[in-house]
Design a protein around this ligand. Sequence first.
Ligand code: SF4
Length: 56
Amino acid sequence: MAYVINDECISCGACEAECPCEAISEGEGKYVIDAEKCLECGVCAEVCPVGAPEEE
Ligand code: SF4
């Protein structure tokens, strides 16, 4: 399943810069992952300072 960013996100943008498939973009109040593009690589979860990206 794709990764999903939870409400802990502080909109730092670290994950967007690292995502290999450009699936992450800034949303309202937090960043969001396009499930259609997500390859489930987990890089976003590794770089996030607050552990916001979770596996669905
Ligand atoms: Fe949000 Fe974490 Fe992504 Fe930063 S790295 S934008 S805190 S999900």
